[in-house]
Write a protein that binds this ligand. Structure first.
Ligand SMILES: *Cc1c(COP(=O)(O)O)cnc(C)c1O
Length: 435
């Protein structure tokens, strides 16, 4: 399938190029002009998850990845489940946090890593000096998912920047304790400094060429395609009669996750409608009401992975609406403030379910009493994007419970931190990348 640059209509690329370059000319996003329509969805939902994922992803990648390779990429990527947990008669949580770094970002990061490794191998077959360096800045979850996804892969180096002293010790240990092809840099500054440094690196064409620079944020379209699969998996786990009543509430920051859900619906999955739930960074919910795009300054919240006021993936959703592929009336927004988030965590706890702030924001989108909340005839599914233990201190404080550390976190908490500290200066980072 060909992918268009949404800002430069002259630029049309294949999947491999989109994965390798990340972003197109004029910083445009790559996206399919027309989302493929699938036939016989009921049959698809009866298939095994692996067979279904293959069928779905093949539509997007078959031009560049042969069937056997795709099967092996799928086996490596989706090596954990996404169970639908029922909370009451009407509401379920789709738990997307059973991967190695306990957040849904594992799905996209692993698929991207495995695709990229396949393309790197093809390249090195021709030219042995080709090198790929993934450079990414993280404020928490992305770093761990990317580091684990790429760890131990041949031909690919990963460099992760993070703001020194500004992320939790456990979050940090989840990516600074890996050795081999993963290098981590503690920048003596804020997350914004890290992002700024990454941009400067991409502007330095000589550096880009020498180290084969690539990024791994959710701008990379491969991540979205992988995420489409778990929406199918969610409906496959519902009784058949309930599928067409399903309302999906998606906790949103950069809006990659919601975009993947809308792609799934456009392919023919019978989701009834979507609720985009945000924290106080509510650019999209406001936009859906008054049609004015007016980002405020980003504020810090309990659901910090969604502290984004200029969501990168929104132009993709807008494209699906404007090109008539997705009906704008099937999307509503809901912003949830800090007090409400804490209350909602308690409400969920009363239902016997220990959750975390991001999922709580989504759940509140379903039950929050706005006119777009769940009606009696509907079935609500909210996305559980992270394991509660990843947000241990806020969850423990709000719920007055003690959360055991999952093994994955407990193991790396014991290992030495291998990160290198640098000043927030481009020459310092450039020198680091060239060694
Ligand atoms: C990244 C993240 C989100 C936001 O997802 P987007 O695709 O950026 O909208 C929500 N919850 C958690 C736990 C995350 O890490």
């Amino acid at each position: 399938m060909k992918l268009n640059n949404l800002k430069d209509h002259e630029q049309i690329v294949d999947f491999a190029t989109a994965v390798k370059t990340g972003l197109g000319n004029n910083q445009g996003l790559f996206f399919p002009a027309k989302i493929p329509q699938l036939q016989d969805i009921d049959h698809l939902l009866e298939m095994s998850t692996t067979a279904r994922n293959f069928y779905i992803l093949r539509h997007f990648v078959h031009e560049n990845i042969d069937d056997d390779t795709l099967k092996s990429i799928i086996d490596k990527t989706f090596a954990f489940s996404s169970p639908l947990e029922q909370l009451n008669k009407q509401i379920y949580c789709l738990e997307l946090f059973h991967g190695p770094t306990l957040a849904f970002k594992d799905f996209g990061a692993r698929f991207m890593a495995n695709c990229l490794q396949h393309f790197a191998k093809q390249q090195t077959g021709i030219k042995n000096t080709e090198k790929i360096t993934i450079l990414t800045a993280t404020s928490g979850d992305t770093g761990a998912a990317v580091a684990h996804a790429f760890h131990g892969l041949d031909h690919i180096e990963v460099v992760i920047l993070f703001p020194k002293g500004k992320i939790s010790e456990l979050q940090q240990k989840m990516f600074t304790t890996l050795s081999g092809n993963i290098r981590t840099v503690a920048v003596e500054g804020a997350f914004d400094d890290c992002q700024q440094l990454v941009k400067q690196c991409f502007d330095d064409q000589q550096l880009v060429q020498t180290v084969g620079l690539n990024s791994a944020n959710s701008i990379n379209v491969s991540r979205l395609f992988a995420q489409v699969c778990y929406y199918f998996d969610a409906l496959a786990q519902l009784p058949m009669a309930d599928r067409e009543k399903s309302v999906l509430a998606v906790p949103s920051g950069n809006f990659g996750n919601l975009c993947a859900g809308i792609i799934a619906k456009t392919m023919g999955l019978p989701i009834k409608r979507f609720i985009a739930s945000t924290n106080a960074n509510d650019t999209v919910p406001r936009y859906l009401i008054d049609g004015v795009w007016a980002p405020n300054a980003t504020v810090e919240t309990l659901s910090n992975a969604m502290d984004v006021s200029k969501p990168n993936n929104w132009p993709r959703i807008e494209y699906l609406i404007e090109s008539g592929q997705f009906d704008r009336n099937l999307l509503s927004g809901q912003a949830v403030d800090e007090v409400e988030t804490a209350k909602t965590l308690k409400k969920l706890h009363h239902l016997g379910y220990v959750s975390e702030p991001h999922a709580a924001v989504a759940y509140q989108g379903l039950v929050g009493g706005s006119s777009d909340g769940l009606s009696d005839e509907e079935i609500g599914i909210f996305l559980g994007t992270a394991h509660p233990a990843k947000f241990k201190s806020s969850v423990e404080q709000i719920l007055d419970v003690e959360l055991p550390l999952p093994q994955a976190i407990a193991d790396c908490a014991e290992l030495p931190d291998l990160s290198t500290s640098i000043a927030p200066s481009f020459p310092a980072l450039r020198a680091f990348l060239l060694t």
